[in-house]
Design a protein around this ligand. Structure first.
Ligand SMILES: [Zn+2]
Ligand SMILES: [Zn+2]
Length: 264
């Protein structure tokens, strides 16, 4: 048996996921970050209690884009705890009214890298109907988590960035047929289906097929539509692509946080 160097602590919990609010908690030995905060302070507190953490423990907030299901709790958190916020200039400008001008904003580019403690967070552009949206990979030691939601299509850069992740948190928003036949107004259907809308189960499966590898440990299906998807349908679609791959697969939930899950 080979005894390698022990990997540092690196784990995550999906606190909320879906059109009513998104937040993902990620921690290492030296940092505790959130990606997005589309839930209010009381809900944040409650969801963190499930994993025995507190809002004041958060060392940095990373935002993907300015849509309210990703930022609605940013003002409250930063006001109370002076939490630094990482996001693009486009995101900042678009959400100016939601955070105080005194917020500790750390502008990142769409292609960038930020270091918080022993976490390295890389941003990359997503095609979405927002000002300057991004997705993130988070690395700690040799382990990597990829977080990608709110994108209308898969780009070569997305595929490149999500290679060799241990954990993938990936949007599986809607079933194409359910959206087509559902009762959403036509302009909204068009928005969701467009190249700057949301990733369908089918597109998610396509992405997984391109980035799966032997070292993949966990796949979480994110941002499921409550009207145009079912967790079982999304799971079946992803399972078809993963085949007999041993990765753990589960759908993120809107109202219930996951446990803390190790990345490696
Ligand atoms: Zn969203
Ligand atoms: Zn969005």
């Amino acid at each position: 048996m080979i005894f390698g160097k022990a990997e540092p602590i690196f784990q995550f919990s999906v606190l909320a996921s879906g059109s009513k609010g998104n937040a993902v908690y990620i921690e290492s030995g030296q940092a505790r970050i959130l990606i997005d905060i589309g839930i209010g302070p009381r809900v944040l507190q409650k969801r963190l209690e499930h994993i025995r953490r507190e809002p004041r423990d958060i060392s940095a907030l990373f935002l993907t884009h300015e849509h309210s299901d990703h930022i609605s709790g940013a003002g409250a958190l930063t006001k109370k705890h002076s939490t630094p916020v990482y996001g693009t200039r486009g995101t900042r400008d678009a959400m100016r009214r939601h955070v105080s001008p005194d917020v500790d904003w750390r502008t990142i580019q769409q292609e960038d890298e930020a270091v918080v403690g022993d976490l390295t967070v890389e941003s990359f552009a997503t095609p979405h109907d927002a000002a300057e949206s991004v997705a993130y990979t988070v690395r700690c030691g040799s382990q990597k988590l990829g977080h990608i939601t709110d994108l209308g299509k898969i780009t070569p850069r997305v595929i490149e960035k999500l290679q060799s992740c241990d954990v993938l948190l990936v949007e599986s928003n809607h079933d194409e047929r359910m959206l087509e036949n559902g009762n959403y107004p036509w302009p909204l259907k068009q928005r969701i289906q467009s190249d700057v809308g949301h990733l369908s189960n089918e597109a998610c499966a396509d992405l997984l097929a391109r980035v799966k590898h032997d070292g993949l440990k966990t796949v979480v299906l994110m941002h499921l539509s409550e009207s145009n998807n079912h967790p079982e349908i999304a799971m079946d679609s992803a399972r078809r692509v993963l085949g007999d791959h041993p990765a753990t697969l589960f759908p993120a939930r809107q109202k219930h946080p996951s446990v803390l899950i190790p990345v490696g």
